[in-house]
Structures are given as structure tokens and as C-alpha cells.
Design a protein around this ligand. Structure first.
Ligand code: F6R
Length: 615
């Protein structure tokens, strides 16, 4: 999704802007651009990658002491140079704007501004902001006030950075609904939509709050909350030291971030569960100081999430119901926020999100609160995210930065966290004996090693991938707690290899999808040795009898024999409750190697973005 970086300093800021854009590349984008103050505003834009932008910047000798830059992921208007940011308004003293998010009332403002004589040169909602600020600048004395006036008219979620040709000594920024952070440096000040873009310059970070407008100069900054404080009095915002490691966001010896992140899963899970490894028993305090009180008041769970995080919620439902005896609903956040669900105030609402910035998940959580749900918990990978700041309780998946657009280590660490939550709740509800608790702690301690073993199937998966790469469609089957794992496997395959893949609960096969099965339709089955294995085997027979080609991920003792049109890869051990976590690994590897075979952009699949900060 779109990314912003801005800088104002005592030296040329172009290298900082370009490095910042490179750091933001993982979010996904289809064009990039920047503006610097160079005897006026000098703009460079391209529909190419950031490396292409760097070449153009060098050719055009763009440099300056202040600038704003952007990677755009198209929402309004096709990906093209004229739609790329920054957008300008005005001819004599120009305004330049970069923007993340969506302006919902852009059409109404656009017609109003056209009536006032403004001319539009792009299809974007961002250009509306530029003209609106230019229009308001005619009514007030400075850019800061013009931005405050303008954001009062904007509806939607956005983060913006603005420069004015006549006053190159400042950058004005504003946030409402989309993340924006200030970096406070020794030789300059910076703004970005993501901490990773700022670390090259400073670790002193300010998280702007909703309605904040800030003015940056090379020597300082001031912040006003224009939504709450129309008098324009400065507000204080704490400066946090970011602990994100630079190394953690480098590629290291791997070819792709996705590959690196798949192989990081044993350590990511170990980091996430670290506090359990050293404990004799599991304490609710792991989820926050009020967790014990809140957990003892609830009788229902509602999970809200999107995409892969939603699949983690679906797995958790099986665990929470079976082990903790708690009824659990799992809802796609973008659906939940527009329903009129029946509420139960004694529900714990759990938002699951890698980024903690997914617009639908944040909105669904707020909606659940408005409906009267009083308790909330975030399971999230980004300590500095909006989600973490919005809930009563929180548990951090300590997976480290996930750069590949397709989520991998975030998913398995979410599962590990949700299992920990299940055990905590089961214990508090007297559903778990202390022997069972000790057994669970032992299994969790063993999980990183079991994941390491699961990764060893890679050479076998690579052979399968060569055959898959020729196919146009695939079916994924699972039963029970492994059905959501089949869904996750299908999602991974389609998003990075662009092969159409669907997941079905295996029992549903003969209610429709069996009609699709022929020799051209590979069928992947997740077949661990659990209580549903017998049922699953019958479903696999149905596929086999119709000439379908089966690719089965089994356990060492699943007793499924390799044969004609029946390929089997075995994981070394059956992990009981933890089995879905282990069975995720070969599916991630399959998607990764099929994508390699097909030569797609593994880390940045087309049309997708890492953090989906718009609806
Ligand atoms: C798929 C994927 C997405 C995300 C979804 C939610 O590989 O990464 O489906 O899971 O966009 O994102 P978060 O977890 O950041 O809320």
C-alpha cells in the first residue's frame, strides 16, 4: 500500500528520500515520485520501481534541503505517471502533496473546486487535497492553517505531507485514520508512514494521533490537534525510541524475503513463546495486567481479522471450543463492520493482525466496541501499531518485521499465540489439569524444533512444485482444524503464483467441487494422523476414483501409501493440537517454489499490498 517519506535537513535530502522509498517497497506499489526544493519545486515521477526513480533523479540532478516522496498503490485512477504522487496545485506558488489513504468525499470537493476555477490533471483523490489546500491558502496566512482548514473538510482515512514553493523551509503533515510518524533527528526532521523508512536517520519517533497536524523544519517541529483544538494550541506527543533492528529488515543470505521468513519461523515462534519456555505455569498476565479480571468475566469470544490473520482465527475457534469450552465466532472484519450482529457484553473481542494497521480490522474492532462489547485483545506483530493502542489487552507475536507481502511467519506466530491464549483460558475455566498444562508447555517448548523438522521437506516439495507450475487450477482439502490450513495453503498459492486455488472442507467435495476433478486439477490434501483421518481417506478415494492427481501432506504414521496419481510427503511427527502449525510449513514452501518456477514477483505479487490501510 502507499508509502510516504519526507525530510527537511541541513544537507541534500534526496538520498534519505530514495532510501526511505526502498524501505517502503515491501508494502507494494505501482508508481513512485518525489518533490524537492530546488529553486522552486522539482518533481520526478515514474511508473517504474524506486531504482528507476533513482536513475531519473540522477539524470535530472534533483536535490534540495527539503522534500517529500511517495510510493503509490492505485485506488483512484490507473497506475500512470500523471496519477503518481506528489500532486501539485497552483502555478505561481505551487503546493505539493503526497497522500496515503482514501478521501471519501473527493467527488463533492472536486466539483466545488472546479466551479472555483481549479484545473485537474489526474484522476486521483490526492489532487483534490492539493487544490483544496491551495484554495484555503488564499483565505489564511500560512500553509499550516490552510492544512488545518482543509482537513476539517476531508472525510475518510488519510495521512498527508505538504510543501509550498514559497516556503521551502517547512513541511506540513497531517494524519487521520492512516499511520504517520515523525522522526526527530540531530541534523534534520523526518516524516514517514512506517518506522522502517525512518531508521536510516533516527530512532526517535513520534506517533501522530488522529487529527494531528505537524510542521517540520530542519531545526524543530510543532504539533497541533486540529480536530479537537481549533485554537491551534500546540500539543505534546511523547518521543519513543524505536527498537526495530536494521538487520531485521535486510535480506541476509536468502533470495527473497518470503523464503527468509519461512525459514525464520522456528526462531520467530521461539521468540513469541519465550516467556512460556522459562515458566513453570502459564499466567494470564502474558496478555496484560487486566487479563485475569477480564478473562474471568467472559463467556464468549469474537475474532475479527482479514486474510491470513482470519485463517489463524478459524484455527483458534477449534482450539477455544475444544480445549477451553468457550463458544467462538470468527468474522471477516470487512463483513462484520457492516452487519447488525447480536451482541453479548461478556464477549472478548480479539483483533488479529500482522500489521496492526489493516483498516477493516481496526474499523470492525471500533464497531464492536460501539455495539457494547467491553473487552478487547490485540494479537499483533507491530508494537507501534494502531491496533495495539486500541485494545485493553495485547499479545505481541514477536515474529520481527514481515516484508514479503504473503504472510508466513506472522501466521505461525499468531497460531502459537492463540494456542497460548487457549491454554490460559482453559486453565482459568478449570478445563485443564495441571498435568495437561505441563504437557502443553512441553509441546510448546518443542514447537521450534518440530518446525525445523517440518522445513526439511523442502527438497520433496520442490519436485512437486515443478509439476504444479504447469497447472492453471488447484484444489486444497482439509478437515476439522486443518480445513483453515487448507484455506491458507490455497491463499498462499494463488497470491504469489497466480494459479487459481480453492480450499474445501473435504466432506463438501461431493456436494459440488468433485465435478471439477480431472487429471488437470491437482488436489492437495492435508492429512495428519488425527481423528478425522479415516473420513479424509474416504474423500481422497473419491478424488482418486475420478482420475484426480492427489498430493497428500501426511504424518509419519498416517498410513497413506504412495501410488499412481497419489503422491505423499510425510512430516516427521504428529504434533496433536499443534499439528496445524506444522502443516502450514509445506504449504508455504509449495507456494514459494511454484512461484519461483513460474517466475513471478514472490515478495511483491501484482496488485497486492503489505499493509491494507484503506478499506
Ligand atoms: C496473505 C496476507 C493478507 C493479510 C491481510 C491482513 O498472505 O498477507 O491476507 O493477512 O491483508 O493483514 P494483517 O494481518 O496485517 O491485518
Amino acid at each position: 500500500m502507499c508509502g510516504i517519506i519526507g525530510a527537511i535537513a541541513h544537507a541534500n535530502v534526496v538520498p534519505v528520500l530514495l532510501e526511505g522509498l526502498l524501505r517502503l517497497e515491501y508494502r507494494g506499489y505501482d508508481s513512485a515520485g518525489l518533490v524537492v526544493t530546488n529553486h522552486g519545486l522539482q518533481r520526478v515521477r515514474t511508473t517504474g520501481r524506486v531504482t528507476e526513480l533513482s536513475k531519473l533523479v540522477a539524470q535530472q540532478r534533483a536535490q534540495g534541503l527539503a522534500g517529500i516522496a511517495h510510493t503509490r498503490w492505485a485506488t483512484h485512477g490507473e497506475p500512470s505517471e500523471r496519477n503518481a504522487h506528489p500532486h501539485f496545485s497552483g502555478e505561481i506558488s505551487r503546493i505539493a502533496v503526497v497522500h496515503n489513504g482514501i478521501i471519501e468525499n473527493h467527488e463533492a470537493i472536486r466539483s466545488h473546486l472546479i466551479n472555483k476555477g481549479f484545473k485537474f490533471s489526474s484522476d486521483t483523490d490526492t489532487e483534490v487535497i492539493a487544490h483544496l489546500i491551495a484554495f484555503n491558502l488564499e483565505q489564511v496566512t500560512d500553509l499550516f492553517q490552510a492544512v488545518c482548514l482543509s482537513i476539517a473538510e476531508l472525510q475518510g482515512a488519510y495521512a498527508i505531507a505538504v510543501m509550498e514553493e514559497a516556503h521551502p523551509e517547512r513541511i506540513v503533515v497531517a494524519r487521520n485514520g492512516a499511520p504517520l510518524l515523525l522522526g526527530i533527528g540531530k541534523s534534520g526532521n523526518y516524516v514517514a508512514s512506517d518506522t522502517s523508512a525512518l531508521l536510516q536517520t533516527t530512532r526517535d519517533i513520534i506517533y501522530l494521533e488522529e487529527g494531528d497536524v505537524a510542521e517540520l523544519s530542519s531545526r524543530g517541529y510543532r504539533i497541533v490537534n486540529c480536530l479537537r483544538n481549533h485554537l491551534g494550541e500546540a500539543v505534546e506527543r511523547a518521543v519513543h525510541e524505536s527498537h526495530l533492528s536494521n538487520e531485521a529488515i535486510g535480506l541476509g543470505p536468502y533470495a527473497h524475503f518470503m523464503q527468509k521468513e519461512i525459514f525464520e519461523q522456528p526462531s520467530a515462534v521461539a521468540n513469541t513463546l519465550e516467556m512460556v519456555f522459562n515458566a513453570q505455569s502459564i499466567s494470564p498476565n502474558l496478555f496484560g495486567s487486566e487479563a485475569e479480571e477480564i478473562f474471568s468475566s467472559i463467556n464468549h469470544i469474537l475474532i475479527l481479522a482479514c486474510g491470513t490473520s482470519y485463517h489463524a482465527g478459524l484455527v483458534a475457534r477449534y482450539w477455544l471450543e475444544t480445549v477451553a469450552g468457550l463458544p467462538c465466532n470468527v468474522e471477516i472484519a470487512s463483513e462484520y463492520r457492516y452487519r447488525n450482529p447480536v451482541t453479548d457484553p461478556n464477549t472478548l473481542v480479539i483483533g488479529i493482525s500482522q500489521s496492526g494497521e489493516t483498516a477493516d480490522t481496526l474499523a470492525a474492532l471500533n464497531y464492536a466496541k460501539k455495539l457494547g462489547h467491553q473487552y478487547s485483545l490485540a494479537i499483533c506483530n507491530v508494537p507501534e501499531s494502531a491496533l495495539i493502542r486500541q485494545t485493553d489487552l495485547r499479545f505481541l507475536t514477536r515474529a520481527g518485521p514481515e516484508i514479503g507481502v504473503a504472510s508466513t511467519k506472522a501466521f505461525t506466530t499468531q497460531l502459537a499465540s492463540l494456542l497460548l491464549l487457549t491454554v490460559t483460558l482453559a486453565k482459568m475455566r478449570h478445563k485443564l489439569s495441571s498435568e495437561d498444562e505441563q504437557r502443553m508447555i512441553a509441546s510448546l517448548r518443542h514447537l521450534p524444533v518440530a518446525l525445523q523438522h517440518a522445513l526439511q521437506v523442502e527438497p520433496q516439495v520442490r519436485i512437486w512444485a515443478k509439476r504444479f507450475a504447469q497447472k492453471r487450477h488447484a484444489l486444497f482439502l482439509g478437515r476439522g482444524v486443518h480445513y483453515p490450513i487448507a484455506m491458507e495453503g490455497a491463499l498462499k498459492l494463488k497470491e504469489i503464483s497466480y494459479i487459481h486455488a480453492e480450499a474445501y472442507a473435504a466432506g463438501e467435495l461431493k456436494h459440488g467441487p468433485l465435478a471439477l476433478v480431472d487429471s488437470e486439477m491437482p488436489v492437495v490434501a492435508i492429512a495428519p494422523n488425527d481423528q478425522l483421518l479415516g473420513k479424509l481417506k474416504s474423500n481422497l478415494q473419491e478424488v482418486h476414483a475420478r482420475g484426480g492427481e492427489l498430493y497428500v501432506f501426511a504424518d509419519a504414521d498416517s498410513h497413506i501409501t504412495q501410488g499412481e496419481n497419489l503422491h505423499v510427503i510425510r512430516l516427521a511427527e504428529h504434533a496433536g493440537l499443534l499439528s496445524p502449525i506444522l502443516h502450514t510449513i509445506p504449504l508455504q514452501l509449495l507456494a514459494y517454489h511454484v512461484a519461483l518456477e513460474r517466475g513471478t514477483d514472490v515478495d511483491k505479487p501484482r496488485n497486492l499490498a503489505k499493509a491494507v490501510t484503506v478499506e
